[in-house]
Design a protein. Sequence first.
Length: 103
Amino acid sequence: MQRKNFIKVKEDFTCEHCGYHVIGTGYTDHCPQCLFGKHVDLVIPGDRLAACRGLLEPIGLQTVNSKQQIIFRCQTCKQIKYCKVAPNDNQDILVNLQPGRMR
């Protein structure tokens, strides 16, 4: 049986886009400074099974069940991914990702 639930992985990392040192919480999946992430999960958040390892570029914002999500496009394989906006995310960048402003 394949696991379907979130896998909490607490990791610190240095953002490959802006160089910011990120202290992970177990739910951290992108840089709070520039909002870029890394394509590491294949199916389930935390599975770390993606072979791609490309940078996930924030390209838009959407609201699902009254919660905001960042829309990402992998710069390598072009796959689209989504993740929740974190409380410490850079508000100036989030404003530029408002709905209808997808890049």
